[in-house]
Design a protein around this ligand. Structure first.
Ligand SMILES: Nc1ncnc2c1ncn2[C@@H]1O[C@H](COP(=O)(O)OP(=O)(O)OP(=O)(O)O)[C@@H](O)[C@H]1O
Ligand SMILES: [Mg+2]
Length: 423
């Protein structure tokens, strides 16, 4: 994928997160033996060409994507040829479906014969599970197996090699609006790179931030961006629900701009410097000065007053998230509660407010298992870009097309072949 003179046992991958506030490109190197992810380069650019997942200014967006890519390439000192591209927006939908097949045949005999399940059977059953009728303007983005059932045995994660007569797959499908995906991919291709995967941004963020325990015992991963909030619910190692809300941290900035009568740029700085998600944790005695506007006298506002606006909007966002989660058909307990990531999760005292509002454990999700330039990249704001870069290695095995097996090793074998093609 990438020209490199590095050791052949290390694999280089890139991801491009096209957000509505910033575009971020991450380049990583994965060691096939230790699975350690080393960050080689990260580049960002302010984004003005996309809002709520819809492209508003194509040429501007391409320039901004290029700026982020160039910055990451310069830092990593290599040229990206292929990358995984992130997509979000309220057009993203998640649905749970299933399919079942009979395994082997009994050659006309009435003696029951147990057949060993092969990779081919798994592909057949997944093909059936994804055969849902979709409107013409929608496509399946991901087919994510939750569990397999062989005859009456359920909760099977890898059925290959087991025996049985009936194989059922329960899967979570993520679908997108075809136009949104093709337009975004065509912008990326204008940069001279191949898009070798389009990935739901919420899924990418969860890959970068969640532990296996969280995925198994149940967790809601929420990426609060500027204009979108991506939600993904895991239980028993599988994805149970996905959705994107068209609201994000930019709403808080807009509220501040309106309430305090300041510009968006000033409101953003005020939010990040003085805003607290919990008004009770900010002092009514600490004031800050508002920027003077054309000859008006300077005004002072207390951090407490500011934080009341911030808290009100944040509570609304949290309630919308919980309303969405309550629509998911999950009866089991989500032991690990909620992991908040994305730029919006960097708001001060958000964990305290969220725990109080949703009555669940909450933590902030930083990209984990990283080495290299981590001091810059371990902020939650970069979770999606880093997850996208990891997709081909750690994420794609979640997905349907795992012809070489569903382990990291399998993904590596597949990837080794790809790398050979380039040398
Ligand atoms: N320190 C901070 N405190 C509070 N808010 C912050 C902080 N840092 C960033 N943000 C907010 O995070 C948001 C940007 O987050 P992010 O970069 O994840 O969005 P995005 O990916 O560009 O947008 P989207 O995913 O919605 O398309 C902005 O609204 C910004 O105000
Ligand atoms: Mg984002």
């Amino acid at each position: 994928m990438i020209r490199s003179n590095r050791n052949s046992e290390k694999y280089i991958q890139a991801g491009l997160d096209v957000g509505s506030d910033k575009i971020c490109c991450a380049i990583i190197e994965v060691d096939s033996k230790s699975n350690i992810v080393k960050l080689l380069g990260i580049g960002t650019s302010p984004a003005t060409g996309i809002k709520k997942g819809s492209i508003t200014h194509r040429d501007q967006l391409i320039d901004e994507m290029d700026n982020a890519l160039q910055e990451a390439q310069t830092m990593a000192d290599l040229i990206v040829e292929k990358l995984s591209l992130g997509i979000s927006g309220s057009h993203i939908r998640g649905i749970n479906t299933q399919g079942a097949i009979a395994i082997g045949n009994n050659n006309g005999s009435n003696v029951p014969i147990q057949h060993e399940i092969t990779d081919g059977d798994v592909h057949r059953v997944l093909d059936l599970a994804k055969a849902v009728s979709l409107p013409v303007d929608r496509d399946i983005l991901h087919v994510l197996p939750q569990e397999y059932v062989i005859d009456t045995m359920d909760s099977i994660k890898d059925p290959v090699g087991l025996t049985g007569r009936r194989l059922e797959a329960r899967v979570h499908l993520i679908t997108v609006a075809t136009t949104a995906a093709t337009n975004l991919a065509s912008c990326a291709e204008e940069l001279g790179v191949d898009v070798d995967g389009i990935v739901y941004q919420g899924l990418a963020s969860s890959i970068a931030t969640l532990s296996d325990d969280e995925k198994n015992l149940g967790v809601i991963c929420v990426d609060i961006g500027a204009t979108t909030t991506d939600i993904i619910v895991y239980h028993e190692g599988g994805i149970r629900h996905t959705a994107t809300l068209e609201i994000g941290a930019a709403s808080i900035t807009n509220d501040i701009a309106v309430m305090l009568q300041v510009g968006i740029g000033d409101a953003e700085k005020i939010k990040q410097t003085y805003g607290s998600a919990k008004a009770s944790m900010s002092s009514p005695d600490l004031d800050f000065e508002l920027p003077a506007q054309n000859g008006q006298i300077k005004r002072k506002v207390s951090e407490h007053e500011l934080s009341r606006y911030v808290e009100a909007r944040m509570v609304e966002i949290l309630q919308l998230i919980m309303r969405e989660v309550s629509r998911a058909d999950i009866k089991e307990k989500l032991t690990y509660g909620m992991v908040l990531t994305g730029g919006g999760s960097e708001l001060k005292n958000l964990v305290g407010l969220a725990q109080e509002t949703i009555n669940m454990p909450v933590r902030v999700g930083h990209p984990v298992n990283l080495s290299g330039a981590v001091d810059v990249a371990s902020r939650p704001i970069y979770a999606s870009a880093i997850g996208l870069a990891q997709w081909k290695i750690f994420g794609e095995d979640l997905s349907l097309i795992q012809k070489t097996g569903n382990t990291f090793k399998g993904a590596m074998e597949k990837f080794k072949k790809l790398v050979k093609e380039f040398f």
